[in-house]
Ligand binder design. Structure first.
Ligand code: GTP
Ligand code: MG
Length: 197
């Protein structure tokens, strides 16, 4: 898939305020600071589309970007970062849960995982919960520019080993770096396949 246009459409801080749309949606989720907004900018080739920050808790709303006038790419707040206040974390959690469980046109959720670190309980629990709720998802390991190939292999292996304790089959997985600009083609081709527009 080639992204020819990407435009901000709407942002809401309460799920029930999100307008219904006739288009299919793909959303990015993951821990605060994992690189969700950066990946959206990388995929759409627009460094100013989604707001990014080195401080966790930057994205505070459900944000809809219309892609090629035919589908939505959705940026979400992150979960679970200790530096984000408890009140804010709980608010984000409600927004995320409402969106994931109630958005009828959500086609696939990409769960972003920081490739630099060993499996985090919060990510594994989040993914197991998706399975419990029957939400279709794929995984993207981010920030691969920050880790050696052998460390990356170790972290991915440890992560998939953890998943295999609960899952019979592994989800589709991708590697990306918004800095080195890798992974874009594979991710966009997969989105093309699943949207089947
Ligand atoms: P919240 O909105 O706070 O949940 O964070 P987010 O997941 O949207 O992360 P964001 O895209 O704002 O990026 C967080 C930080 O990680 C920023 O400083 C980015 O520059 C950095 N970052 C994102 N992607 C990459 C990457 O692929 N490689 C490296 N080295 N840094 C990255
Ligand atoms: Mg963000």
């Amino acid at each position: 898939m080639i992204i020819k246009s990407a435009e901000f459409k709407f942002a809401t801080d309460e799920f029930k305020k999100s307008p219904r749309t006739e288009y299919k949606e793909i959303a990015f989720i993951g821990r605060s600071n994992v690189g969700k907004s950066s990946l959206i900018n990388f995929l759409t080739n627009n460094s100013k589309l989604a707001k990014t920050s080195s401080n966790p808790g930057k994205t505070k709303q459900i944000i809809h970007f219309l892609i090629n006038n035919s589908w939505y790419l959705v940026d979400l707040p992150g979960y679970g970062f200790a530096k984000v206040s408890k009140t804010q974390r709980e608010k984000f959690q409600k927004l995320i849960n409402d969106y994931i469980l109630k958005r009828d046109n959500l086609h696939c959720l990409f769960v972003l995982i920081d490739s630099r670190i060993p499996p985090q309980k919060i990510d594994i629990e989040f993914i197991n919960n998706l399975g419990f709720n029957g939400i279709p998802f794929s995984i993207i390991f981010t920030k691969t520019d920050k880790v050696s190939q052998s460390k990356l292999n170790d972290n991915v292996k440890a992560f998939t080993d953890e998943l295999l304790e609960n899952w019979e089959e592994l989800p589709k997985m991708f590697m990306s770096s918004a800095i080195k600009k890798t992974g874009k083609e594979e991710i966009l081709n997969y989105i093309d396949e699943i949207l089947n527009l």
